[in-house]
Every structure is written in structure tokens, then in C-alpha cells.
Write a protein that binds this ligand. Structure first.
Ligand code: AMP
Ligand code: ZN
Length: 469
């Protein structure tokens, strides 16, 4: 298996530190509002990567932090005249509801920043002891000049960065690139006691402290959207490696932006659609298919046309699943076993997923599988149920368990009454009566009308059978 590592800027073979365990950290949401469909892209692609690692036999410890102390939360709490804890608790709940609706598997741990203030203080102290951090009147900064590798992840050089940063010179910092580890308390803001006086942590230190607390000092995979490469992840490396002197992350994986009209979807630009509102009209499976059809690392432009196309694709997957379930219920164990090379599809699927999680190719393989399975079903009449069990296993392992673009359980709910089958049987016996009475005109009309609904009748010597196309 290999992945594109942002750090080395090349594809690298995946070798976790301590196989079969994999430690996986994803930068989660700042819980001050509902998340948008752009955030959902990052959450879903990380989820697919995690599910695929599990399919490959790894034991994944998956940690996603929730940022519950931040300028944006504070601003909202002032605007709405509510304590910031009330704002973050409300949107944390909304976050859990929405990722559940999107069929994102729950993380092993969801650490919240405010529950780890002591860990952050300890880490800042370590940096201060090593003279990498300095305190200016209750504000503690990271001294970027003390970390040689600064800029390596983002590929930026220090002079370039300094020139850019000088625009917003902060008097109290030694160097314009230095960033805040601890911010001195301001009136009306949440604050905690610390060796530097009352204050709150900076955003970057949260992830350094929480990742090492839950996953150890070297983690296998660290992921997030492209916007986090600089400065967030660059700063995380500087903090964690500065304090601990060994490699912080083996594989850095970043997700491309979901754009809208070729511009990054974001709260600050106001060009966003919440996952919650999209979920009112589209299923999780359609949304996930929409994302899986594009390589995770590249940009993707949002449009309702593309989402509708994904919805059509999703119907095709569910249609085959429905046929499979109907046939499994019939449990025909005497019919023929048509030739169908399931192993080929497993191999192809793994081959493309192993190559930097090529989900667009994986989806294409699933559609090829569906096309060929439908053809076999249309060509043969008396198929042994074992064939349908094989089809189901493949779709469950790949489309359902890894990509999350199918849900057999959802079908079970819809079909539990068996009413469709019973209605079709009534029409078939009516048609036999009409034929006996030589009313071929009406008998044909029943056949044609059912055909329009995708129900194909086949007259044989033994009677009439039907298939749902
Ligand atoms: P935030 O709540 O802004 O910290 O973002 C949560 C996650 O969503 C982070 O991993 C971001 O990098 C990611 N993200 C934000 N905007 C987009 C976007 N337009 N497309 C893809 N990922 C995004
Ligand atoms: Zn982070």
C-alpha cells in the first residue's frame, strides 16, 4: 500500500511504526457552527481511508479532536450572549448527529481541547525549558528560529515567510513568524490558570498535546484539509519535534478543497452549504459517492448536477442490491452457477485502493461489477442462490464497508412488508386469466406497463416469472 506523503512530496510505501496497529490523527472541527459540505469531504475521505486500513487488517486507533476554545467560538458567544461552553456543546452535538447521518464511523476518541489544558501547559513548559518558547508578559510564543526544519512540510522557505509575515508586525514577538502557544486572558474570555498567569492555549498546541496524549510521540498518519498544511501542521511539527526530539508523524495526508464556483468553500467567504441541509435532499450514500468519484488529494468543484449524477449512480448500486436480496429470500439452491470471477473484482479493487487510495478507480470497478452482474442475471433464469451470496459479499465488503456508498440494511427496512412482490403476483394471475379468455390486448398491456416500471415478465412453459431490472 502506498500513499502520497505531503512531507516528502512523493508516494511512499505504508509501513506503520507498530503493525498491525495504526495510529491515525485527524484535525477535527471547530465547534462554533454546523459544518459545511467542504468539511464533510475531509471527514468522509479520512473515514474511507480508515475503513480501508481496517479492511487490510490493521487495528486503527483513530483520533479526531474537537476545538472547543477558539476566537470564533468566543466571538459567537459574545454575539449571542451565551457562555462559550454552551455554544461548543451545542455544536458538538450537531457535529455528532451530522457525521452519523453521513455514515462516518465514530472515532476511537474525540478529545476536546478544554479537557486537555494541563497537557498543553506541560508541553509549553517543556518548550520553554528548552528555550524554544518565550514568555512576554503572560503571552508565550514559539521561537521559530530555534527549529531548523521549519517550513519543510509546506515547502516554504523562512525568508519568504518572514517577508509575508512582516505585514502584520506584532510588537511583542521576537520574530514575525513566531506564533502563540499561550494567550494572556482578556476580559470576558474563557481562561485557565497557568505558570504564565491566566490565559488560554493557542490553536496549534492543542493538536500537538492531544495527539501525543492519545497516540504517543510518533503517529503513523496525520490528516486534514489542505488549508491546514501551513501554518497549522507546520507549527504542530515544530512544537512536537521541538519538545520531544523525534519524528512526530510518518505520513502526512491532506485532502483537496471542495470548491464552489472554483473558490474554496468556507465559512468566512460565506459560500457554503451545510452538510445538514444537503442531507435533507440527498442520501449519505449519494454524497459519499459524489466524493469518492474524485481523487482525495485534488480539488473538487461542488455542483448540484454532479450530486444528482451521483444520486443516479447510487440508485444503480441499490437496484442490484435489491435484486440480490429478493433472490436470497427465494433461496433457490438447485439452479445453475454462472461463471463470474469475483476474485478478479476483489483484486482490482485492492490494487487501485492500495495505490494512494484511488477511490475514483475503485468506484469504476464497482460499476463494472454491477454492469456484468446485471447482464448475467438477465441472461440466465435459474440461478443458484450461492451466486447472489457471492455478489452480496463483494458489495458488502467494498461498496458498503469501505466506501459507505451502499447499505443493505436500509433495503431490508424498505422491503420488509413484501408488498411489492404480492402486488406483482396479483397482476400476473390476472394476466393468466385474461390470456385464457383470449384478451391478449389487456394481457400485453399489463406486461408493457410492468416493463416500464422495470419489472420484466418472462413466459415459459411452466408459467410466468419476473425479474426486477
Ligand atoms: P475547521 O472546522 O474549519 O477547522 O475544518 C475542519 C476540517 O475541514 C479541516 O480538516 C479542514 O481542513 C477541512 N476543510 C475546511 N474547508 C474545506 C473545504 N472547502 N474542502 C475540504 N476540506 C475542508
Ligand atoms: Zn490540528
Amino acid at each position: 500500500m502506498q500513499f502520497y506523503n505531503t512531507f516528502s512530496k512523493s508516494k511512499e510505501v505504508f509501513e506503520p511504526v507498530n503493525p498491525p496497529n495504526v495510529t491515525f490523527y485527524v484535525c477535527g472541527p471547530t465547534i462554533y457552527d454546523y459544518f459545511h459540505i467542504g468539511n464533510a469531504r475531509s471527514f468522509i475521505m479520512a473515514d474511507i481511508l480508515r475503513r480501508y486500513l481496517e479492511f487490510k487488517g490493521y487495528h486503527v486507533k483513530y483520533v479526531m479532536n474537537l476545538t472547543d476554545v477558539d476566537d470564533r467560538i468566543i466571538k459567537k458567544s459574545i454575539d449571542e450572549k451565551k457562555p462559550s461552553g454552551e455554544i461548543s456543546n451545542f455544536y458538538a452535538e450537531a457535529f455528532f448527529e451530522d457525521i452519523k447521518s453521513l455514515k462516518v464511523k465514530p472515532a476511537t476518541v474525540y478529545p476536546k481541547a478544554t479537557q486537555h489544558i494541563d497537557d498543553m501547559i506541560k508541553l509549553i513548559q517543556e518548550l520553554e525549558d528548552k528555550e524554544i518558547a518565550y514568555n512576554v508578559d503572560g503571552n508565550v510564543f514559539y521561537n521559530v528560529s530555534k527549529f531548523n526544519d521549519y517550513g519543510k512540510l509546506s515547502g516554504k522557505n523562512l525568508e519568504e515567510l518572514s517577508a509575508g509575515a512582516r505585514v502584520e508586525i506584532n510588537e511583542i514577538k521576537k520574530n514575525p513568524l513566531d506564533f502563540a502557544l499561550w494567550k494572556k486572558a482578556k476580559e470576558g474570555e474563557p481562561s485557565w490558570n497557568s505558570p504564565w498567569g491566566k490565559g488560554r492555549p493557542g490553536w496549534h498546541i492543542e493538536c500537538s498535546a492531544m495527539s501525543s496524549k492519545h497516540l504517543g510521540d510518533t503517529i503513523d498518519i496525520h490528516a486534514g484539509g489542505n488549508d491546514l498544511i501551513f501554518p497549522h501542521h507546520e507549527n504542530e511539527i515544530a512544537q512536537s519535534e521541538g519538545a520531544h526530539n523525534h519524528k512526530f508523524v510518518k505520513y502526512w495526508i491532506h485532502f483537496g478543497f471542495l470548491n464552489i464556483n472554483e473558490e474554496k468553500m468556507s465559512k468566512s467567504l460565506g459560500n457554503f452549504l451545510t452538510a445538514r441541509e444537503i442531507l435533507k435532499k440527498y442520501t449519505a450514500e449519494s454524497i459519499r459517492l459524489f466524493f469518492a468519484q474524485t481523487y482525495y488529494g485534488g480539488p473538487l468543484n461542488f455542483s448540484f448536477d454532479l450530486l444528482k449524477a451521483a444520486e443516479k449512480g447510487s440508485e444503480k448500486i441499490f437496484n442490484l442490491a435489491a435484486i440480490i436480496e429478493t433472490e436470497i429470500k427465494k433461496d433457490n439452491n438447485v439452479g445453475i452457477s454462472p461463471e463470474f470471477d469475483i476474485k478478479y473484482y476483489y483484486d482490482e479493487f485492492e490494487k487501485v485502493m492500495d495505490d494512494d487510495l484511488n477511490t475514483p478507480q475503485a468506484v469504476a470497478i464497482i460499476f463494472d461489477f454491477i454492469r456484468n452482474a446485471n447482464k448475467v442475471i438477465a441472461d440466465y433464469d435459474n440461478i443458484n442462490v450461492s451466486f447472489f451470496h457471492d455478489l452480496k459479499k463483494f458489495l458488502k465488503d467494498t461498496a458498503q464497508s469501505i466506501l459507505g456508498i451502499l447499505d443493505f440494511e436500509k433495503l431490508g427496512l424498505k422491503e420488509s412488508s413484501g408488498l411489492d412482490d404480492k402486488l406483482i403476483e396479483i397482476l400476473l394471475s390476472l394476466r393468466i386469466k385474461l390470456k385464457k379468455e383470449k384478451n391478449f390486448f389487456l394481457a400485453d398491456q399489463i406486461r408493457d406497463d410492468l416493463n416500464k416500471l422495470g419489472i420484466v415478465l418472462k413466459d415459459t412453459k411452466e408459467g410466468t416469472t419476473y425479474k426486477i431490472r
